[in-house]
Design a binder for this molecule. Structure first.
Ligand SMILES: NC(=O)c1ccc[n+]([C@@H]2O[C@H](COP(=O)([O-])OP(=O)(O)OC[C@H]3O[C@@H](n4cnc5c(N)ncnc54)[C@H](O)[C@@H]3O)[C@@H](O)[C@H]2O)c1
Length: 723
């Protein structure tokens, strides 16, 4: 037995100790399945009073082995199904062999770990923030396939179980106790064992059964045929469809598993669950999501995007990076205020500077307002709120920046102003301090010219709203040192955000590719495509916001200003100035005085007393022509972003496929079901993608023409991956 040790204590209680020898956490893999079967075989011959399931690791059990699930192949589906059923048969034996079984939960019990705990009669958890309970499978395109979809509704009722299953909701020990997920808490590891032993001894002579195995058991709230659930079953599919737009098969499969499973006996329900599970695990969407959102993200967090030299500088001090204590932010506008709040929430002292104290205080006001809302919702307490606020020090004086280890400038997008504040700040800073610009479009190498220490100059591109958006795009200028990169990278992790690293270029990666999305939507409007079609095609492709709505948010004035700045730069550099069919539409909207949301109206109207709606004047200004196939509208949006991402990769603006995929999902709303902009090409099939790109180029413009890398990928029909 590799993953489980069996020990018997002096009270004749078996301790089933989860202790995977190959990893830092326990996972549900083949070794575990074999170990569990062997344990069951041995116990069938043994004499004991009950079982305590506990972990020798810091966490209780991490869940399914994603390496293994990632490799699951449709051709081996039957074998995979049989394997799942065999593993579940052991869990079923555990809960139905008559002796009391306790789960002693010492740390996170997620996914398969929680499903193991659900197969125990009594669940006790240490009352510590390290204990997290839940079923996050849906976030990776899967369903809980170890009995979670069968036992959770039988424990809590369908209505209460669905948020855990459909949303991957996780709870701590107290909430778990209140919800009826666990039976008891313990203050520490000793008490945990004490409680566990007490339960076993108290029930040693009883035939212990799960609630669902007891005679006369009825599912709380009734099964799917119960009229009380009629409302739920009518509303839930519609709500799901609205959320997933049909792009994510997992939530639908979960709902089907629960509904179908509620109407049959336990073992049939369990088989239904296995069937849907295997279907999802072998499907493309789960592969996309596991590949990017699990493996990709973990690789990023461990510094895979850094060059070797920067990685070693990241792991100085025995793998610990020195956290920054005090930073400065220049500009307390929309971005500066959000960044200040994000940093202060993670324990960093922030000097927030603007042109006047009033402006700086207004920036701090953003944190105050946001925290007040959290306080009202009970998400934070008063002392913690005050502690966060006390870390933001508003000022109008650059002298206050003294002692800051990092300064982030977030003043207006204006080169001269940025040069001025850089020089002003550097006077106050130590030679080792890092200076970062939050510019969204201006090349970093150019901005670094204003710096006395260009090696310490870097781009830290946050997204709006900066306190909520998870991504930060780190941009290396030509002279940025590896040490600076490593420190900026560590800082981004310190404030709980996800860093991607790109090389300098106009618009970097994210702004450049995002611009393609908005421009494509706007160009279609100019061609006479119905605006509602454009917006709903984006929604059905899985984008969070349509290109017209998001352009209104950004403001057409800003888009036009950025274009003008690009034209000036390119002309100065003697380079050709490209034009885009969206330009004419934007100019026309500006002439009409419809610059976007902040200006009172743009592609949409924003009545005070009603929901926003597409501006009726669009029909007159951009008369509808013959409508293209809906699929073309959808694919134009997806393809143009994927192709531009590939160009960024080809031009080495992007350093890895992984950063491209994560950056596109977390920064610019590329649909997560695809696994990211480059994975979209991989999963479409490079040959088929190139062919379709050629068709789109022929119909809609050369911007869709396959870049060289795509041509090569198509010829070899090989996906693009990191080495
Ligand atoms: N708005 C976005 O979605 C977004 C996203 C990413 C990056 N950015 C970039 O972030 C930067 C700021 O954008 P924003 O939207 O927060 O702008 P903003 O207009 O909301 O705020 C800019 C702030 O800078 C202040 N400022 C001007 N001169 C200053 C000086 N000398 N010292 C200190 N402060 C000064 C202004 O008073 C103002 O409060 C820009 O470079 C922008 O391109 C913006």
């Amino acid at each position: 037995m590799k993953s489980i040790r069996l020990e018997k204590d002096s009270d004749n209680i078996i301790h089933l100790i989860l202790d995977n020898p190959n990893a830092s956490a326990n996972v549900m893999d083949r070794d575990f399945a074999v170990s569990l079967r062997e344990a069951a075989e041995r116990l069938k011959k043994d004499d004991y009073v009950g079982i305590i399931v506990r972990s020798a690791k810091k966490t209780f059990f991490a869940g399914g082995d994603l390496n293994w699930l990632y490799a699951a192949d449709r051709e081996e589906a039957a074998e995979f199904f049989a394997y799942c059923e065999a593993l579940k048969a052991e869990l079923r034996w555990l809960e139905s062999h008559g002796k009391p079984v306790v789960a002693a939960i010492n740390g996170a019990a997620l996914g398969g770990g929680w499903e193991l705990a659900l197969s125990c009669h009594h669940r006790i958890a240490i009352d510590s923030p390290a204990v997290k309970i839940g079923l996050p499978e849906v976030t990776l395109g899967l369903l809980p396939g170890g009995g979670g979809c069968v036992r959770m509704p039988r424990l809590l009722g369908m209505q209460n179980a669905l948020p855990y299953l459909l949303e991957g909701k996780q709870v701590g020990p107290q909430q778990a106790l209140e919800a009826g997920l666990i039976h008891q808490t313990a203050k520490d590891a000793d008490e945990l064992l004490e409680h566990a032993r007490a339960f076993v001894l108290a029930n040693a002579d009883t035939e212990v059964q799960q609630p669902w195995d007891q005679p006369g058991y009825r599912m709380p709230g009734g099964d799917a045929r119960n009229p009380k659930n009629a409302q739920l079953l009518v509303v839930a599919p519609a709500m799901l469809q609205q959320k997933t737009k049909g792009c994510f098969p997992a939530p639908e499969a979960i709902l089907a598993t629960v509904v179908e499973g509620s109407q049959v006996d336990f073992d049939t329900a369990s088989r239904i669950e296995s069937r849907y599970f295997v279907e999802l695990a072998c499907g493309q969407v789960a592969k996309n999501m596991i590949g990017t959102l699990w493996f990709g993200l973990n690789a990023i967090k461990s510094g895979a995007s850094l060059p070797e030299a920067a990685r070693s500088s990241l792991s100085k001090n025995d793998g610990e990076t020195t956290p920054l204590r005090r930073i400065g932010i220049l500009g307390a506008g929309m971005m500066g205020a959000g960044i200040a709040y994000a940093c202060a929430s993670k324990g960093v002292e922030v000097v927030l500077k603007d042109v006047s104290l009033e402006a700086a205080e207004k920036g701090k006001g953003y944190a105050e307002k946001s925290l007040q809302k959290r306080l009202q919702r009970g998400r934070i307490d008063e002392p913690r709120m005050q502690a966060i606020l006390s870390r933001i020090q508003p000022t109008d004086s650059a002298a206050e920046l003294e002692g800051c280890e990092l300064v982030i400038e977030a003043v207006f997008e204006d080169r001269e102003l940025k040069a001025k504040v850089t020089a002003e700040a550097e006077e106050q800073l130590a030679d080792s301090a890092v200076f970062a610009s939050n510019t969204s479009t201006l090349p970093i190498t150019g901005l670094a010219k204003a710096s006395q220490r260009p090696k310490n100059f870097i781009g830290l591109h946050f997204f709006s709203p900066a306190d909520k958006m998870p991504l930060v795009e780190i941009i290396c200028g030509e002279q940025t040192s590896d040490e600076t990169l490593a420190r900026a990278f560590a800082f981004v992790l310190q404030i709980g955000k996800t860093p991607i690293v790109v090389n300098d270029s106009r618009g970097f990666f994210t702004s450049r590719v995002f611009g393609c999305f908005t421009n494509e939507g706007i160009a279609m409007l100019g061609e006479g495509v119905d605006p509602a079609t454009i917006e709903s095609a984006a929604a059905l492709a899985g984008f969070p916001v349509g290109p017209l709505a998001v352009s209104d948010e950004v403001s057409l004035t800003l888009m036009s200003k950025i274009r003008q700045q690009t034209i000036n730069d390119l002309q100065r550099e003697g380079q050709p100035v490209p034009s885009h069919p969206a330009d004419k539409v934007i100019d026309h909207m500006l002439e009409l005085g419809r610059a976007g949301k902040a200006a009172g109206g743009g592609f949409y109207s924003y009545p005070e007393d009603a929901k926003k709606h597409l501006w009726q004047g669009l029909a007159k200004e951009f008369p509808a022509g013959e409508q293209p196939p809906f699929e073309d509208v959808k694919e134009r949006l997806l393809f143009i972003m994927a192709i531009e991402t590939l160009r960024c990769y080809e031009e080495q603006v992007l350093r890895s496929v992984r950063d491209a995929n994560i950056g596109s999902i977390f920064g610019i709303g590329f649909p997560p079901w695809t696994g990211g902009a480059l994975q979209y090409i991989n999963q479409y099939g490079p040959e088929a993608f190139a062919q379709r790109a050629r068709e789109l180029a022929e119909q809609y413009g050369d911007r869709f023409a396959p870049p060289q890398t795509l041509v090569q990928m198509a010829e070899a029909n090989l996906p693009l991956t990191d080495q």
